[in-house]
Design a protein around this ligand. Structure first.
Ligand SMILES: O=C1C[C@@](O)(C(=O)O)C[C@@H](O)[C@@H]1O
Length: 217
């Protein structure tokens, strides 16, 4: 929150193509503490508690937060699990009604060995639910996990994937995934990462900018 308020429009614009506003992390979203970033495309997220969100918000609270910002959203983020249970159906209908695309997301903070194998089916499920993109963040444990993650980007999927690692191998994974075609590569603005191992957005953009993009395809 402090980071968001302290980041100027110019700093954010230079560091990011799209700014994610984590509504679940804000003390008073109704005050629109992102208003000074007007002009930069916004992705709004109201994360579930069991996928790293703050405050254990109910589905009704998360839907309300997202519906309130649809008019200024370029994109919204809804967990694939929530889309699957139908608990966010109202928010997704409103999103479609406003023509705002959505990202289906999924997080594995433990880094379970079977997570990589589940991603193709989850991407299919996300596409069937109407998402524009499927995003997965997984905690990485060993070098082979980098290959598993980037390997997924070499497979055919029905929609674009945004993949990233978390933990000590996160920085290298995020650059590698960008190189292999991952869309939506996340960094933080200000001084507070929102996931373990995030680059600052400024550094990530600079690193991606000097990397060869489109490897393996
Ligand atoms: O889902 C994601 C990705 C993320 O968890 C990361 O690992 O950088 C950061 C979150 O804010 C975002 O919503």
């Amino acid at each position: 929150m402090d980071s968001l308020v302290a980041t100027t429009n110019k700093e954010a614009e230079e560091a990011c193509d799209l700014v994610e506003i984590r509504l679940d992390l804000l003390e008073n979203p109704a005050a629109r503490p992102w208003a000074h970033l007007a002009g930069i495309p916004m992705l709004f997220t109201a994360r579930r508690g069991d996928e790293g969100g703050a405050g254990d918000l109910t589905a009704a609270q998360r839907s309300g937060l997202l519906e309130a910002v649809l008019a200024e959203a370029a994109l919204v983020d809804v967990e694939l699990v929530s889309a699957g249970t139908g608990e966010m159906a109202g928010a997704l209908e409103a999103t479609a009604g406003q023509g705002v695309p959505w990202v289906a997301s999924w997080h594995d903070f433990e880094g379970r060995a079977d997570s990589y194998g589940k991603i193709p089916a989850m991407a299919e499920q996300a596409a069937a639910a109407g998402a524009a993109c499927f995003k997965a963040a997984i905690r990485l444990h060993e070098m082979a996990d980098l290959e598993r993650l980037a390997g997924l980007l070499q497979m055919k999927h029905p929609l674009p994937l945004s993949l990233m690692g978390m933990g000590p191998l996160a920085p290298v994974s995020r650059l590698l995934c960008a190189q292999y075609g991952s869309v939506l590569n996340y960094g933080y603005i200000g001084n507070a990462p929102t996931a373990p191992g995030q680059w600052s957005a400024r550094l990530l953009k600079e690193a991606v900018g000097v990397s060869v993009i489109g490897c393996g395809g």
